[in-house]
Ligand binder design. Structure first.
Ligand code: GLU
Length: 442
């Protein structure tokens, strides 16, 4: 049986770290198992969903390098949900409720004040067919609730192991709103049945949904798929992932220069027994993926970790992989000189300017620099020039260490830190170096 998975975002905003993780895990599962992945746009909420967000989700996934084999948009499928609702009604599993939101809130408060869980009391089940007819005829529009079967819902969760939930602890969920809009609980199951989804992997915030949806699968005549619920990410502080961290969008990260492989390397492993390390290619992540490696404890996420991974990635990427994104004219020698000093690819520009652009030399001791200039080796500078040069300047001045190197760096690059000068010097070249040692912007 070919596994069929789905990633089902609601297009009410940009993809963020939380739902990107779900996308990555489902994608890796599909690719590892030779299965198929569906991208399903959960846009039944027509007020909050936008076509622009749906399009951005596709762009973001493509940028990450995640593809999909099947595609569905829930707003194209309202007739399917209506048909399923009819079947549930005919089976006596969907019943109309006329309580207003205010009445329901009052019931909730009352239950809580009596120390009872705020579970819907099924008062609507006591309405006679006549009463229902009259209220409908009078123009009242009911919500429709799914009648849960009493008893325990149990499944063997791919991450959490055996899970049991008592249906008595849950309210009969509303599947259809008063304005006839089907809710996610229903549309999701209808699609999972119709597209023969075999594995649903999502966050543990969906565990209660799974209990309800398992009954819904059965009510619609289908066996529930295999479920896996991974632990949600916590902030570095250990608390629940804050809105701020949790809502960091892929777009923000991309604008910030974080590479897809840094994000994939982190999110593929977060919460698993594997170490989090930079991977330069997605193939290895597929190879190492196993849903059983996900644990139950809450993984912590510090966005700084993404920057560390990104810096490591810069270090490892060969010139061919980045050439197209470097300034025109940049060579492999340039890349080798600077990549160890980059947090993000865009930082290379600063060093390209040091080589090709006008640097404002920082000159504290012009006499020393004038002397140093006299010792700069003749001819074309190469990898050994820096050593030869500083050796000569040291012998001539008695300076060593920082006292020797820092004034040269400040004059040649305008800043007190950066890539090895042994590599930069040949790129800067003799003439430009001499001008900078004289204090001229060059
Ligand atoms: N649209 C739902 C969400 O984003 C999908 C949940 C699911 O995987 O079933 O939460």
């Amino acid at each position: 049986m070919t596994p069929i998975l789905r990633f089902a975002p609601s297009p009410t905003g940009r993809l963020h770290l939380g739902n990107v993780r779900t996308a990555i895990v489902n994608w890796l599962f599909a690719r590892k198992s030779g299965g198929r992945l569906m991208l399903r746009i959960d846009d039944t909420d027509l007020e909050r969903s936008t076509a622009a967000h749906a399009a951005a989700i596709e762009t973001d996934l493509a940028w990450l390098g995640l593809d999909w084999d099947l595609f569905a948009r829930q707003s194209d499928r309202f007739d399917r949900y209506a048909e399923a609702a009819d079947r549930l009604r005919a089976a006596g599993r969907l019943y109309p409720c006329f309580e207003t939101p205010e009445e329901l809130e009052l019931k909730r408060k009352l239950a809580l004040s009596r120390g009872r869980p705020p579970i819907y009391d099924r008062a609507a089940l006591k309405l006679t067919p006549r009463e229902i007819q009259d209220r409908m005829a009078a123009g009242e529009r009911p919500t429709w609730r799914f009648k849960l079967e009493r008893g325990t819902v149990a499944w063997d969760d791919m991450v959490r192991g055996p899970v049991e939930i008592h249906a008595e602890s849950m309210s009969d969920p509303v599947l259809i709103k008063a304005d006839s809009q089907p809710l996610y609980t229903l549309s999701s199951v209808v699609d999972d049945v119709e597209f023969a989804v075999t594995h649903i992997i999502r966050g543990e915030d969906h565990v209660a949904n799974t209990a309800v949806q398992s009954q819904l699968f059965e009510a619609l005549g289908a066996a529930p798929p295999t479920f896996g619920h991974f632990s949600l990410i916590a902030d570095a502080s250990g608390g629940k992932l804050s809105k701020r961290t949790g809502s960091i969008s892929l777009e923000n990260l991309r604008d910030d220069g974080i590479e897809p492989m840094s994000i994939l390397s982190l999110l593929a492993k977060l919460g698993t027994s594997d170490p989090i390390e930079i991977h330069t290619g997605i193939a290895q992540l597929i190879q190492e993926f196993e849903i059983g490696k996900f644990g139950r404890s809450q993984p912590k996420l510090d966005v700084v970790e993404l920057e560390h991974l990104n810096a490591k990635l810069m270090h490892l990427l060969p010139f061919e992989d980045v050439a197209a994104r470097l300034p025109a004219g940049a060579t492999a020698e340039f890349w080798d000189a600077v990549r160890g000093n980059l947090l993000r690819l865009g930082d290379a520009l600063q060093w390209w300017d040091v080589i090709e652009g006008a640097v404002t030399p920082v000159v504290a001791d012009p006499e020393f620099l004038a002397l140093a200039a006299q010792h700069l080796p003749d001819g074309k500078l190469d990898g050994s020039s820096w050593g030869t040069w500083t050796g000569a300047v040291k012998a001539a001045t008695g300076r060593k260490g920082r006292e020797l190197f820092l004034p040269l760096r400040l004059a040649l690059t305008g800043v007190d830190h950066g890539p090895e000068l042994a590599r930069l010097l040949p790129l800067i070249g003799r003439e430009r170096a001499l001008r900078r040692l004289e204090g001229h912007a060059a």
